[in-house]
Design a protein around this ligand. Structure first.
Ligand SMILES: Nc1ncnc2c1ncn2[C@@H]1O[C@H](COP(=O)(O)OP(=O)(O)OP(=O)(O)O)[C@@H](O)[C@H]1O
Length: 258
């Protein structure tokens, strides 16, 4: 579904990504991990079409990303960042409805779609119904990130790009957010690429991980294959213990003081 072939990205003299090759199949949930500055967000921006590749090829569904216009891309790809929405004084339900913009004509009309039912369903799934009339700037960070998720769900994309979506959330809301995304994926078959700093969350939710270091791919595989003590030591320069989660067996990282 997404083919990244020998892609490089430079900003002036700075090389942010070098010869990255990667294939994402329909319906997969990938995590991109790696240290600060390794090129994770850059790679996500190239896939979303926000930024342009310097060399190589990047295709979605067989077509170069640069050949899609903005409307076509936003009907297919949705992006959610760590602080998904600015704290504006606007009702929650209206913000979720804004997710339909890519499908509306210039009068805000949409053909062949019961938008009200779609938005009702999303509000219900994300436990937002009771908050519908509340202005966004009066909500907590965790509630705001749920509204941001609602807006991208209303967009009904085929590809969801998440850039550290849980960074500002406490552990309750981190888990809640990831479970809501997982449920959405189960129902819709959406393809997900998530930049995650939390390796334990990545191990719990992602099918596969891509590891970047200094703009290069240094690992591709399942969480079991990637999250080993040796790999983490090599990429992050820390000395962790990796244990199996007692309930589901996925690798979990315990940090030790140096
Ligand atoms: N718009 C830009 N202009 C110039 N340099 C940039 C730009 N965006 C990113 N970079 C540089 O590219 C490199 C990769 O940055 P990027 O944000 O992709 O890393 P990252 O892995 O997402 O980092 P972090 O984990 O800290 O968010 C960094 O050296 C960064 O300074």
């Amino acid at each position: 579904m997404i083919e990244v072939n020998e892609v490089s990205k430079t900003y002036g003299d700075l090389s942010a990504l070098q010869n990255v090759s990667w294939t994402i199949e329909e319906g997969e949930w990938w995590g991109i991990i790696g240290p600060n500055g390794s090129g994770k967000s850059t790679l996500l921006q190239l896939i979303s079409g926000v930024d342009k590749i310097s060399s190589g090829e990047l295709k979605i569904r067989g077509r170069h990303v640069s050949k899609y216009n903005r409307r076509e891309l936003s009907q297919m790809v949705a992006v959610l960042q760590q602080d998904g929405l600015p704290a504006i004084h606007y009702p929650v339900r209206d913000i979720v409805e804004m997710g339909r913009f890519p499908f509306q004509d210039w009068l805000g009309r949409e053909q062949n779609k019961n938008t009200t039912a779609l938005v009702d369903d999303i509000m219900n799934r994300l436990h937002l119904t009771d908050l519908g009339d509340r202005p966004l700037d009066e909500l907590s960070g965790g509630q705001r990130q749920r509204v941001a998720l609602g807006k991208v769900m209303a967009q009904e994309p085929q590809i969801l790009l998440l850039d550290e979506p849980t960074s500002f959330l406490d552990i309750y809301y981190q888990l809640q957010f990831m479970e809501l995304v997982a449920n959405w994926r189960q129902d819709s078959g959406i393809t997900i690429v998530a930049v995650l700093h939390d390796l334990n969350l990545a191990a719990q939710f992602c099918d596969k991980l891509l590891v970047l270091r200094e703009g290069e791919v240094v690992g591709v595989g399942t969480p079991d294959e990637i999250l080993t003590e040796d790999n983490i030591r090599r990429v992050y320069e820390v000395d962790p213990a990796v244990v199996k989660h007692p309930v589901n067996g996925v690798p979990q990282i315990l940090l030790s003081r140096q």
